[in-house]
Design a protein around this ligand. Structure first.
Ligand SMILES: [Fe+2]
Ligand SMILES: [Fe+2]
Length: 186
């Protein structure tokens, strides 16, 4: 299924941004000169690409289909696992943004909150993407019926095309490349 390959490819891009985040946090920790606007760019990537574009496909298409078709196992896996982790990720990003605003107002203390939430997000999303690649997507491919998989393929490719027209992938993958070069994490 091509849509699963697309989503696993998005996990790879997200993992690359997690490395940038870790390096940017290390610069804050080591008191190097830090361009805090990069953290705003990272937050934009997380919200626009990892959450709206990628988690949007999971929540509105794949997970929704699994919940309707696969019974209690999917219910536990999705509702009490994956969706809870998506929400926890959003909370870390909100707390990161609040810490960032306080730093920009002159607070030194909030640098620890920025680092704590940014790193917590990297641990969470790294494990989350691994679980989806190894267990959740595989379970969906093995257990959803052929017609449902074909419909998911159609909906996902339509969504991808629309996002391409809006320049979503180009914008965020371009930003990722720039930040990787800037932080030397290629
Ligand atoms: Fe997810
Ligand atoms: Fe995912």
């Amino acid at each position: 299924m091509d849509f699963i390959n697309v989503m696993m490819g998005e996990h790879k891009a997200i993992r690359r941004m997690l490395k940038v985040m870790r390096k940017a946090c290390l610069d804050v920790f080591e008191r190097k000169p830090v361009d805090y606007s990069d953290f705003h760019k990272i937050i934009d990537f997380i919200r626009g690409y990892a959450d709206r574009h990628h988690h949007g496909k999971e929540e509105r298409l794949l997970f929704d289909c699994m919940l309707k078709e696969l019974g209690p196992v999917a219910d536990t896996l999705i509702r009490h696992g994956m969706l809870v982790e998506h929400e926890l990720g959003r909370l870390h990003v909100k707390d990161m943004e609040e810490a960032l605003e306080r730093i920009e107002q002159g607070s030194e203390e909030h640098k620890v909150d920025l680092i704590a939430n940014a790193l917590a997000y990297t641990y969470l999303l790294g494990r989350h993407a691994d679980k989806e690649d190894i267990a959740v997507y595989t379970y969906a491919l093995r257990n959803l019926d052929e017609a449902s998989l074909a419909e998911l393929e159609r909906q996902c490719s339509e969504l991808e095309r629309n996002a391409e027209k809006e320049g979503v992938q180009e914008k965020y993958l371009g930003l990722l490349n720039k930040l990787e070069q800037k932080y030397g994490v290629i």
